[in-house]
Ligand binder design. Structure first.
Ligand code: RIB
Length: 294
């Protein structure tokens, strides 16, 4: 089985600050770093780190190919990433002393993906392969519909959150991935949504309270695992990449959630987004050393 990811690729400019700036306030950064990010790229790196065969569909600006070095290292398929005459997507990220962040996103090349590019990539897909989507590229609804028609399983992470975008993909997705705040926003914006989609699986991350998966009457909840958090950027992406990779490998929902929680716990204990995503052996070792065992 394999995972396809129509996903954003960003250059993250990360400023570590004593506190997040309020409107009108100027804050001096304690340090600055630049690296690979983007919800899509982070998810692909996590899935490939977990051991899944992963194909990324995306776009960057010409000259920024350096940003894909981690893809190369992990053997991630980048045949469907185009280099274009426009700026690579990027994010300006502030991370405060409590590991919280705020992010400003510029979509750039992430919004120049073509239907032909998606069609070509999905020619390689088999029924039951996964397609992962988030809200940082164009053509999300198109890709979801194509994947559904091919018999693929589709997981959609509704971030950045736009209720109308969820509505536009809802007929083609199997799993909706949200954090707790986004789930509340959705129920507020579209109160009938849940009842109107009885076959949809919901994966809701609950921060320090762990995560909950619900599909019909089946509910699985796992706690968050211990972590010394220094930077939570990309934690949700790490969770999802590891989670889908585990399902793709045939693990149960609970096993997949536990592995994903372990990967996220390790990821938040390091600085950065993609660069902080742990290798498979680190996740296995972390789980082996947990007392009591999960
Ligand atoms: O989810 C974290 C990601 O959001 C960052 O890497 C940044 O690029 C933004 O897309």
């Amino acid at each position: 089985m394999a995972i396809f990811n129509l996903g954003s690729i960003n250059i993250d400019h990360v400023y570590r600050v004593p506190s997040l700036p309020r409107p009108g306030e100027t804050v001096s950064a304690l340090d600055y770093s630049r690296g690979l990010g983007g919800k899509g790229a982070n998810q692909s790196i996590a899935a490939a780190s977990a051991g899944a065969v992963t194909h990324h569909i995306g776009a960057i600006g010409k000259g920024d190919e350096w940003v894909l070095e981690p893809f190369l290292r992990l053997g991630l398929d980048q045949a469907h990433i185009r280099s274009l005459d426009q700026a690579t997507g990027h994010a300006v990220i502030y991370v405060d002393a409590a590991a919280e962040n705020s992010i400003v996103l510029f979509t750039g090349a992430n919004h120049a993906i073509t239907e032909a590019q998606i069609d070509k990539a999905l020619e390689q897909a088999e029924p039951r392969d996964w397609l992962i989507l988030q809200n940082e590229t164009n053509l999300v609804a198109y890709a979801a519909a194509r994947a559904k028609a091919l018999g693929m399983r589709v997981a959609y992470s509704a971030a950045p959150f736009v209720a109308a975008d969820i509505q536009s993909v809802s007929a083609s997705i199997d799993m909706l991935v949200l954090n707790e705040g986004e789930a509340l926003l959705l129920l507020d914006a579209l109160p009938e949504f849940e009842a109107g989609h009885p076959d949809l699986a919901w994966l809701v991350t609950l921060g320090s309270n762990g995560s909950r998966y619900r599909h019909g009457t089946e509910v699985t909840q796992v706690p968050a695992l211990p972590a010394q958090a220094v930077d939570t950027t990309g934690a949700g992406d790490t969770y999802l990449g590891y989670f889908i990779a585990a399902l793709d490998a045939g693990r149960t929902i609970r096993e997949a959630m536990t592995e994903a929680a372990a990967a996220a716990a390790l990821q938040v204990s390091r600085h950065g987004a993609a660069a902080a995503i742990p290798a498979r052996h680190d996740v296995d070792e972390y789980l082996r050393n947990l007392t009591p065992p999960p």
